[in-house]
Design a protein around this ligand. Structure first.
Ligand code: NAI
Length: 740
């Protein structure tokens, strides 16, 4: 069945997120709530949301709003009605009665409930109505979270459920996993259990919250908010409600009960308004005294706050094997938490799903874990796991595995989708090599490079892997959250601290050489970005021959913010793009001024729709809603370009000094208004020099190499200054820019 019109009922967090995402997919949607005023406010929230729920804010009015008393007729036209009202069964039952009285024959009706079983939701429906009713459990924020859990009832029309699944996969870009009607389905059942284990073990082992978050984070392939940070983000009060619902729904002997018990400190936090980021603070709080802001962390034993400590666990890599065999409190904590998660998840197979693989996918898509529990088990190694684990009586999955000791128990990945994902294809590589910053997967007709560093920051090794992989068509793609946050600033600062600027210069030259090689090698190079694609990450993408971009990207050149200028070809490529415009053909200053504005402010785009007007992306670049499809689309591009020929080199005619007065006028105003200070002015002047073409004039022709040289020289002059180094250090320590 075709889904052409949708009505969403309930315009709170989830209803507004779902409507916004339908709008992203160009599906006409109407959002209803008790009053039109509430739905209108929801639309305002969508418009102002950060990170933005909409790909294109100008489309906001495509979300129609109304109220359930006067505008219910829209339900008659809808092919799909999504209920996202408060989690109260009486209210939901009333709404269903009204929907089924009005809906078009055969229209799908679904609930976004996070905890009410479908048997309870559908108990008042006729068997005919049940045919078209299911749960569609989206995650918050809807645009960004990949997981959609679909729960069927025993009467469902399966073809219809499948076509809904397909719609959500293709049009909405979701990883749609069909699961059983059990409390918390897959994602929350394991995800919330994992959070509770991480929290209760931290209390037991007397770890500070910063220590727990430092382990239950990046080293485990879990987002850096960790457990206490995530609690603050979700809302400590909301988590308490979620736990109450699990306690009520799950059997008394479910191990979840043990970790869901109320903790006195948590109760006190909620009672005193410390509900997390939305409240006065939570486990962490920002203490503002005058103009200074200090991040503080709670002491789990005393409940007192003190300045939050940065914890150095000595490794940035996800390496579970080493992590759990560390003989210190970090290793002990990691093993205790991981083993409990693996034990619990495996005990739930086949009860919550017969495919254990789906549990891993739910954790990946719903909680942004790099690996789910079963993949963690695979990585730790079956033998190693059973040597360490205490007991697992009654756990059929582990009992069987302990007998078979089959290290290859995992089998294929991402079974929930028919798409040939990177996760599936990687396993079929003929050979895998690489280094500490990137993996190279080699196939008969092409290679894949996947960056593997923190936020996929780029260094010499990342470039080396790219360069070596251009012996065949190359696809640059990855499974982690970011394509690349840019050049590794820690790596750069390590050299700067030693005064070793020669090594920085060598690195930047190699970066340039690699990017040039990507652009002009005889085989096509495709970048398939998702997430952060900034600075050096953008330069890799923009010097690839083709781009297949996920719709969730944050793209741009942000070097000026840390007192640098793009030096991997970013200035050059942006100029080349703007020089092609009609305006630039008439006005020799146009391109330089445009790019000066974009790079000078470090402008970023949060979607392809925003990226195109700045020319960070081109109209012909592919834009894809479902991240899982990036590889398939990239392979399709390869297939369609069998007779690929490398492009010819770009030549530049730029105004040189004659454009500088105009640029300086802009800078003067910013400086006088104190928007930029002394060093900001210096950085901007270096940028102006590069973008004007340096010592040139409009009748002289510059080559790409001339430009690389201009970029490099300006970059080196800046990195050698104390002020740029101060900016970098500040950003590395705080994640924020320094204005100097
Ligand atoms: P919310 O409290 O933000 O919004 C609920 C909305 O429903 C409110 O705008 C309210 O005015 C409206 N409402 C109440 N009674 C109504 C009625 N009779 N007719 C029309 N509208 C009515 O709630 P939220 O968080 O958006 O949750 C909605 C549903 O999604 C719940 O079932 C919840 O369990 C589920 N859910 C929530 C998630 C979250 O992170 N907040 C995640 C996944 C599911």
């Amino acid at each position: 069945m075709d889904i052409k019109k949708v009505v969403v009922i309930g315009s709170g967090t989830m209803g507004s997120g779902i409507s916004a995402h339908l709008c992203n997919a160009n599906v006409p949607v109407t959002l209803l709530d008790l009053t039109t005023e509430i739905s209108e406010k929801a639309r305002d929230r969508i418009f102002k949301s950060k990170p933005p729920l909409l790909l294109d804010k100008t489309q906001i009015n495509n979300i129609k709003v109304g109220n359930i008393s006067n505008n219910f007729d829209v339900v008659k036209e809808a092919d799909w009605v999504v209920e996202a009202v408060v989690e109260r069964i009486d209210i939901k039952h009333n709404i269903y009665e009204k929907i089924f009285k009005n809906r078009k024959e055969g229209a799908i009706v679904s609930s976004n409930t996070s905890s009410i079983p479908i048997k309870v939701l559908s108990e008042k429906l006729t068997s005919l109505e049940k045919k078209d009713f299911c749960i569609t459990h989206f995650f918050n924020p809807v645009r960004y979270m990949g997981l959609l859990e679909i729960v069927k009832n025993e009467n469902n029309d399966l073809d219809k459920i499948n076509s809904l699944k397909k719609f959500c996969e293709v049009e909405l870009g979701k990883g749609a996993i069909v699961c059983n009607d059990t409390p918390g389905f897959l994602g929350n059942r394991i995800g919330v259990f994992a959070m509770q284990v991480a929290m209760t073990e931290a209390f037991k082992m007397k770890l500070s919250i910063e220590e727990a978050d430092a382990i239950f984070g990046r080293p485990m392939g879990i987002p850096k908010t960790g457990v206490f940070g995530l609690y603050d983000l979700i809302g400590i009060d909301l988590m308490a409600d979620v736990l109450k619902s699990f306690i009520k729904e799950l059997s008394e002997n479910d191990p979840f009960q043990e970790v869901a018990r109320e903790i006195p400190l948590v109760k006190k936090l909620i009672e005193t308004g410390y509900t997390g980021r939305k409240g006065k603070g939570g486990f962490y709080r920002m203490n503002k005294t005058g103009a200074t802001k200090v991040m503080e962390a709670i002491n789990l034993e005393t409940g007192e706050y003190s300045i939050s400590q940065k914890i150095n666990v000595g490794s940035d890599k996800v390496d579970l094997k080493s992590l759990i065999s560390r003989e210190d409190k970090f290793g002990e904590y990691a093993w205790s938490v991981i083993s409990k998660i693996i034990k619990y998840s495996s005990s739930l197979v086949p009860g919550i799903t017969k495919d254990f693989n789906d549990i891993d996918e739910a954790m990946r898509l719903g909680f942004n874990w790099a690996k789910g529990p079963f993949e963690m088990l695979e990585e730790i190694g079956v033998e190693n796991f059973f040597n360490k684990i205490d007991e697992f009586d009654g756990n059929e999955f582990l009992e069987n595995l302990s007998k078979s000791k089959n290290q290859d128990f995992y089998g294929s990945r991402q079974k929930y989708t028919e798409i040939e994902t990177l996760g599936k294809v990687k396993k079929k590589a003929i050979s895998i090599d690489g280094n500490s910053s990137a993996q190279v997967y080699r196939f008969n007709d092409y290679n894949i490079v996947e960056f593997t560093t923190k936020a996929n920051a780029l260094d010499y090794d990342s470039m080396d892997a790219l360069k070596k992989a251009t012996d065949k068509p190359l696809i640059i793609i990855n499974e982690s959250m970011q394509f690349s946050a840019g050049v590794n600033l820690t790596y750069t600062m390590d050299f700067a601290n030693k005064g070793d600027f020669k090594s920085i210069e060598k690195f930047i030259k190699y970066f340039q050489e690699t990017c040039k090689h990507l652009k002009y090698s005889e085989h096509p190079v495709i970048s398939a970005p998702s997430g952060l694609t900034l600075g050096g990450g953008f330069e890799v993408m923009v010097q690839s021959n083709f781009v297949a971009s996920h719709t969730n990207i944050v793209v741009g050149l942000v070097e000026t913010i840390v007192g640098l200028i793009p030096a991997g070809g970013g200035c050059k490529e942006m100029l080349a793009r703007w020089l092609e415009t009609e305006e630039a053909k008439k006005d020799p200053n146009y391109a330089s001024l445009k790019v000066f504005d974009i790079i000078g402010y470090g402008k970023t785009a949060t979607s392809p729709v925003e990226a195109e007007p700045m020319k960070y992306l081109k109209p012909e670049d592919k834009k894809i809603m479902n991240r899982n499809s990036l590889l398939e689309v990239s392979l399709e591009i390869l297939n369609n370009n069998k007779d690929f020929k490398a492009p010819s080199e770009v030549k530049f005619n730029l105004p040189g000094k004659t454009v500088l007065p105009e640029m300086n006028k802009i800078l003067e105003k910013l400086y006088n208004d104190k928007v930029i200070l002394d060093h900001g002015l210096k950085v901007a002047q270096e940028l102006a020099h590069v973008l004007s073409g340096g010592d040139t004039s409009i009748d002289k022709t510059l080559s790409e190499d001339d430009f690389y040289k201009l970029e490099l020289d300006a970059f080196m002059r800046l990195i050698e200054t104390k002020e740029t180094q101060d900016r970098i250090k500040h950003t590395l320590a705080t994640g924020k820019p320094l204005v100097n």
